[in-house]
Design a protein around this ligand. Structure first.
Ligand SMILES: Cc1ncc(COP(=O)(O)O)c(C=O)c1O
Length: 386
């Protein structure tokens, strides 16, 4: 069998590798604690489950949905953006539901990139920002996110020939994997850059609802001019414990939303309508993201304290469900993560899987119960030199 060259060009998917390693350990009888994947361990709240159950009993929801989404969901998203961010959206032209932020981010590469063009992608960053462009037959140009710049890309450092070829720029704050929040002035600079170089700015807002110590994450669309240059991809996955439901939306610049919709009508047939109605119920509840943020903040502190006890200093992140920590001296991120799995049966993610500038770091996910997290940190002590 011959697979396509585009498929052959892809590096192994990070989490596929991790899943294989975990399975092998488990098969060998090891009690593995996985801090590798950011997948909330707490159940989806009752309101969306009840709404789903009720809607699923209505036969009208059983037919093909429209890719535009039900008006109830688009209206609920518009209300949410108004209430939460003070951003006004036209539910008719500026909102389309997506089957998860991942689908949307990937399909934006197909909608906007040709061979020879590129997407500007944060490094380290969510792997789809680089995998999407590769699969689209285009390229990804990495924008380093460095601790000394508060993990903001330096847009002035993007080379002139790259600016010319760039059509998309992927940003993400609160940021996976670094935990950084939107640096001052970055969104304003991104608007200028998008305008000047005809680049569609895509802000991945997957973690805006998970923040700590009173920090409130902004939407990119709050920035003056943002709606003229870009879109935001909002997801219910993390903030509402709905990763399995595949509920997200693209919102903002109308012609970009329309391009995404046009592509999507050729690829999938939209979101199950009962799930759309469940998403409406979820969006009306602002209590769940607050409650979950409190849980993650407690776990963040637990991890940061445990690291500190063995001499590893990390700045506590103000958002996301991750702690980004330096690997001990003498290790690469991959060799360290292998060691942790072998010595302690704990899975953490190697920073280099998120891009070359992730080298030297590893990522701890906070999506396991406190007792398991405490045990994992205890088991990791020796690998950290404690
Ligand atoms: C930055 C970022 N964007 C998007 C996603 C995927 O979100 P969804 O479940 O909505 O596809 C993730 C999941 O981990 C993520 O970390």
């Amino acid at each position: 069998m011959k697979t396509s060259e585009r498929l052959d060009r892809l590096p192994p998917y990070l989490f596929a590798e991790l899943e294989r390693k975990i399975a092998a350990k488990k098969a060998a009888g090891v009690d593995v604690i996985s801090l590798g994947i950011g997948d909330p361990d707490t159940p989806t709240p009752d309101a969306p489950i009840d709404a789903l159950a009720k809607a699923a009993r209505q036969p009208a929801t059983h037919q093909y949905p429209s890719n535009r989404g039900r008006p109830e969901l688009r209206d609920a998203l518009a209300r949410f953006y108004e209430r939460r961010f003070g951003v006004e959206l036209d539910a008719g032209t500026e909102i389309v539901p997506a089957l998860g932020a991942k689908e949307c981010i990937f399909n934006l590469s197909l909608a906007f990139l040709d061979p020879g063009s590129v997407a500007l992608a944060a490094d380290p960053g969510y792997p789809v920002y680089t995998g999407g462009p590769l699969l689209a037959g285009a390229g990804a140009e990495l924008m380093p996110l460095l601790p000394e710049r508060a993990f903001a890309p330096d847009l002035d450092a993007v080379a002139p020939d790259v600016r010319e070829r760039a059509r998309l720029m992927y940003l993400n704050y609160p940021n996976n994997p670094t935990g950084a929040v939107a640096p001052d002035g970055l969104f304003e600079r991104a608007v200028e850059f998008g305008r000047e170089h005809d680049v569609v700015v895509v802000h991945d807002a997957s973690y805006t609802e998970t923040t700590f110590e009173g920090y409130v994450a902004p939407s990119f669309l709050e920035t003056p001019g943002a709606k003229e240059v870009g879109v935001e991809v909002f997801s219910l996955s993390k903030g509402y414990n709905m990763t399995g439901w595949r509920t997200a939306a693209i919102v903002g610049r109308a012609d970009a939303v329309e391009a995404y919709w046009k592509l999507k009508t050729n690829i999938d047939s939209g979101m199950f309508e009962a799930v759309q109605l469940a998403a409406v119920a979820a969006l009306e509840d602002s209590e769940t993201p607050r409650r979950m943020s409190a849980i993650y903040q407690r776990r963040r502190d637990l991890v940061v304290d445990a690291l500190r006890e063995v001499g590893v200093e990390v700045a506590p992140p103000m958002g996301t469900i991750y702690v980004w920590a330096p690997v001990p001296e003498g290790h690469t991120s991959a060799s360290y993560c292998e060691l942790v799995l072998d010595e302690s049966g704990v899975v953490v993610s190697p920073g280099a899987s998120y891009g070359p500038n992730g080298e030297g770091f590893f990522r701890i996910s906070l999506t396991v119960p406190d007792e398991r997290l405490t045990e994992a940190m205890q088991r990791m002590r020796s690998s950290l030199g404690g």
